[in-house]
Design a protein around this ligand. Sequence first.
Ligand code: HMH
Length: 231
Amino acid sequence: MEVGKTREEVEKSGMIDTWLRKHSLIHTGATRHPFILGIRDGTVDLSAYKTWLGQDYLFVRAFIPFVASILIKAWKESDDSSTDMEVILSGMASLNEEISWFKSETPKWGVQLSDIVPQKSNQDYCRFLENLMSPDVEYPVAITALWAIEAVYQASFALCLEDGAKTPAELRQTCQRWGNDGFRQYCNSLQQIANRHLQKASNDLLTKAEVALLRVLEHEVEFWNMSRAEG
Ligand code: HMH
């Protein structure tokens, strides 16, 4: 047992991994979705990719204020969360760059940003984010959701870059965006932050964070389904 920690704190230390093991079915559903497997084996329907691209641009636009709300929560934390703020701020900086990427990527596919109409799964997901922006939502809950949102994309797109993947050349850059090593490290940092705060959390808070994680995984599956359905 580590000095200065109660038995309970030690048991809770790897909360995120514990939850992923517990919910492995839905986690696999989100990270190895047929849409992603289609990119990886080169059979993806390119009209599905276009749908995903346009919808994800709208999602990212809603995601930015969500990340900003977490930055505020980190700042208000009484414990030393200054490194948390730096990690979250670096994520926001990449989102700035991501918006530029969407603006240059969409015309290549004949997608006009001003014409994209949000689909129901996207609206539902964005509404979920908006609820999490409330000041009533505790920091550990929100940071767990942020980690999950980013980690699903990281795991999914990294799969398309593995040895043996037959990802079409014109989609490799997209996969690099979320499958690269820097993004993987960012996700690891978020996971560490989430675990650190969950370690100190009450059982009530732990339940809320676990539910938030599950909701993210469900929304991610729906988002992939939506992209394929319209393809
Ligand atoms: C739907 N989930 C969705 N879009 C994204 N861009 C991410 C996660 C990761 O940023």
